[in-house]
Design a binder for this molecule. Sequence first.
Ligand code: DTR
Ligand code: CA
Ligand code: ZN
Ligand code: ZN
Length: 448
Amino acid sequence: MTTPRSTLPRPFRRRTATVATLAVAALLAAVPATSATARDRAPDAPQALAAPDIPLANVKAHLTQFQSIATANGGNRAHGRPGYKASLDYVRAKLDAAGFTTTVQQFTSSGATGYNLIADWPGGDPNQVLMAGAHLDSVSSGPGINDNGSGSAAVLETALAVSRAQLQPTKHLRFAWWGAEELGLVGSKYYVNSLATGDRSRIAGYINLDMVGSPNPGYFVYDDDPAIEKVFKDWYAGIGVPTEIETEGDGRSDHASFKNAGIPVGGLFTGASRTKTAAQATKWGGTAGQAFDRCYHSSCDTTTNINDTALDRNSDALAHAVWTLGTTTSTPPGSTYENTTDVAVPDNGAAVTSTVSVTDRAGNAPATLQVGVDIKHTWRGDLVVDLLAPDGTAYRLKNSSSSDSADNVIATYTVNASAEPANGAWRLRVQDVAAQDTGYIDSWKLTF
Ligand code: DTR
Ligand code: CA
Ligand code: ZN
Ligand code: ZN
């Protein structure tokens, strides 16, 4: 059940260039941003790609509010407890005042009502929704200021910066604060599962921030969607801070709910209970042999359990990603992947295959995947032709025919491959099932 102040954007068909847009965004990240910020430009001028600085003081002010809320509500902000809903009401009030369209999504978990907060920034292409989110709930044993007030505050302040800049992004921007993450990603799973299939495919990417101010911080970037990962790694490289790939997190925060639905994800993390190594202390500072966050899931996870530099850097990194990925121009439709190597087809024999590897896309293949085939073969009725998805699923393109005596199969087939991840080794399989007449695969290609 939802209690919308306004509804989420109406359904539109997805543009197939969406996933390619993220790749372009990553390239744009390398382009030195112009010095002007969005606020320096007339409203109708093209937006600068340079994000504004996110004021650390503003982010910390939200943490102070979360701390006060926990203190006034039994010491926590956990699912099902008053401190959680009070946290949500605080965040929502800020967003409403800043011009966002907010929606509260209710669900039930462990016998208690849970709440997700969704905030849409009006405008942008509803076919390309860029999301950034954080879980707002704490564990019941403490106020959860680093886990995950830090992510919640960084996402909130980035959203408020979008409003201050009156950003007019290419993509539609949506920000989210999840309930009941600590119970098993419950709120974000509920959100993704509640999306109609078409709505899911409109989400170009989801960026997750969960623990981004750890007191003994590491700088970890999720190694999921290549375009999102590159935006973050390039930004950190730009300030001279080395990053590591986040390896602890697969499935351990809300990005997993989106990744499991085939949506490109990325994110930032400063570490939890794992111990910082000597090598990490050398490159990042801090204390080797000590946990990144000694107060993980503990009552001492208070406003004193924050490293300001880490919180500031990750807030600025998120803003950079939202501006970069959110304000990219649309890309030319389609991307083609081709194999032109000849493959002989044995007469009345075993099937042969030819492979096309797709590596730079994210999300699933489209419902209108184009399969261009060029097979030189007399009496083409001998041939059975299939497309094999990376997981081996076969899509029949052409059946054999005892009456089709024409030569060559030169055709383009449209396949609904929306159930298949785009990346992987796609194969064309050809078999000659009747004696006499021979030929070969001349070339074939996939167009997304
Ligand atoms: N599961 C998160 C904390 C967490 C632990 N490892 C990772 C890796 C990436 C993101 C988050 C986490 C929590 O306790 O909320
Ligand atoms: Ca900053
Ligand atoms: Zn936690
Ligand atoms: Zn967390």
